[in-house]
Design a protein around this ligand. Structure first.
Ligand code: G6P
Length: 367
C-alpha cells in the first residue's frame, strides 16, 4: 500500500488529524449504534466464563492496555493482569487454562509480544490479538483477531493506532459488560452512545492545535518534563511522556499524581514544566491538591482539563488547555489528542526527524 502524506508536513501530523475518522471505523466494527448495543463479532474469548484476562504489549500499545485494565475492571468487573511483554514472557506467572489473554500490537510483529503470545498458547489460554495489521504473525497465531482498523501508520511514534486500540478496548469492555451482565441494558446503551460521540468530540478537541503550537515553543526549551494524572489519565501521562521523549528527545516522565509526594516532588522548581492531565471526574479534586503542591514550589503547571475543570480550579497555571466536557468513560481517547499535538509541535520546534526519530524502529522484531 502506498500512503501519501497529502498536504501535511509529516505523516505523524496527518495521522493525528485523521483520528476522528479512523476511530469511527473502529467503533462501527464493534458496536451497533442504532440499537445501542455491542454487535455480533467473531470472538473465541467467552467473556462470561473467564475469571481473568492477561494483557501483554510493548510501548504505546502497553499504555493502551493499562487504560483497558481500568475499563474491564470497572465496567465488566473482569480482573486484568497487564505486563510489558518483555517482562511477562519470563515472569513465570500462574495462568489458568480456562482464561484468556490479549496481545495488543499495532504491527503484530513485535518479538516480545509474540513470544508472550506463544507462551500463553502453550499454557492453554484462549488468545485474542488486538492488531492493526491483520496479516501479521501475532494475528495469524491468535484464536481471534480484534482489528483496530486504524489504516497504515507510518510515523514511528504511534498516534492513531493508540486511539484505535483504545476504541477497540473500550468496545470490548462493552461486550464484556454485556456478557457478564455487570451493567443494565440502559447503562450499556449509554456507553455505546458515549463512544459514538467520539468522532465529533475528537474533532472538537483537535481545535486546540494553534494554542498548543504556542505552548510547544516554550516546551522546546525544557530539559525535563513531568506528566501527572490519576485514574485513566495516569497511563495517559506515561504515554504523553513517551511521545515527547520519542520525537523531541526531551527527557520526560509520567507519574500517578498521587505518587508526587513519594519522589518527583523533589524535582519541582521553576524550570520543570508539569503537565497535568485532569478531566473533571471523581478524582479531580485530588489532582487539584497535587497541583497546589507543585505551585507552592514554583513549578510551572500546564493543565489539560475540560470546561468544568477549568472553572473549578483555583490554581495558577502557566497555561490551561480546555477540552470539551466529555463522559469520563471516553475521556482518555479525547485527552490523547492534546498530548500528541504537544509532542509533535515541540519536536517540530526542535527540528528533529519527527517521522523517523533516531534509534527507534516502527516495529521491533528482535528481542
Ligand atoms: C516500537 C514503536 C512504538 C510501538 C512499540 C510496540 O517501539 O516505536 O511506537 O508502540 O514498538 O509496537 P507494536 O507494533 O507491537 O504496537
Amino acid at each position: 500500500v502506498v500512503v501519501d502524506r497529502g498536504n501535511y508536513r509529516h505523516f505523524m501530523q496527518k495521522e493525528i488529524i485523521e483520528q476522528p475518522e479512523v476511530v469511527a471505523h473502529t467503533l462501527a466494527y464493534y458496536l451497533d449504534l442504532a440499537n445501542g448495543a455491542p454487535k455480533q463479532i467473531d470472538s473465541a474469548i467467552d467473556f462470561a466464563s473467564i475469571s481473568r484476562l492477561s494483557i501483554s504489549a510493548c510501548g504505546t500499545a502497553y499504555y493502551a492496555g493499562l487504560i483497558g485494565k481500568y475499563w474491564f475492571e470497572r465496567y465488566a468487573r473482569l480482573p486484568v493482569d497487564i505486563d510489558i511483554a518483555s517482562e511477562f514472557r519470563y515472569r513465570e506467572m500462574p495462568l489458568d487454562k480456562g482464561d484468556a489473554a490479549l496481545f495488543i500490537s499495532q504491527s503484530g510483529e513485535t518479538a516480545d509480544t509474540l513470544a508472550s503470545l506463544r507462551y500463553c498458547k502453550g499454557e492453554g489460554l484462549t488468545i485474542g490479538a488486538v492488531v492493526n495489521v491483520r496479516e501479521s504473525t501475532i494475528a495469524r497465531e491468535a484464536d481471534t483477531i480484534f482489528p483496530i482498523l486504524a489504516g497504515p501508520e507510518i510515523g514511528v511514534a504511534s498516534t492513531k493506532a493508540f486511539t484505535c486500540q483504545l476504541a477497540s478496548l473500550a468496545s470490548l469492555t462493552v461486550h464484556a459488560a454485556k456478557a457478564r451482565a455487570t451493567l443494565s441494558d440502559e447503562a450499556i446503551a449509554e456507553m455505546v452512545h458515549d463512544l459514538m460521540e467520539l468522532p465529533r468530540l475528537m474533532t472538537e478537541a483537535l481545535k486546540v492545535e494553534q494554542e498548543i503550537v504556542g505552548l510547544s515553543r516554550d516546551l522546546a526549551h525544557a530539559s525535563d518534563v513531568l506528566y501527572l494524572g490519576r485514574d485513566t489519565a495516569f497511563p495517559l501521562a506515561m504515554e504523553g511522556a513517551l511521545k515527547l521523549k520519542e520525537i523531541s528527545y526531551i527527557h520526560a516522565e509520567g507519574y500517578a499524581a498521587g505518587e508526587l509526594k513519594h519522589g518527583p516532588i523533589a524535582l519541582i522548581d521553576e524550570d520543570l514544566p508539569v503537565i497535568v492531565i485532569a478531566p473533571f471526574d471523581a478524582v479531580y479534586e485530588k489532582t487539584v491538591s497535587n497541583m497546589q503542591e507543585v505551585a507552592a514550589r514554583g513549578g510551572k503547571i500546564i493543565l489539560i482539563t475540560d470546561v468544568r475543570g477549568a472553572a473549578a480550579s483555583s490554581v495558577d497555571t502557566l497555561k490551561t488547555i480546555v477540552m470539551p466536557d466529555v463522559p469520563n468513560f471516553i475521556a482518555p481517547i479525547i485527552y490523547a489528542l492534546p498530548i500528541q499535538l504537544l509532542a509533535y509541535h515541540t519536536a517540530v520546534f526542535m527540528g528533529t526527524d519527527v517521522d523517523q526519530p533516531r534509534n527507534l524502529a516502527k516495529s521491533v522484531t528482535v528481542e
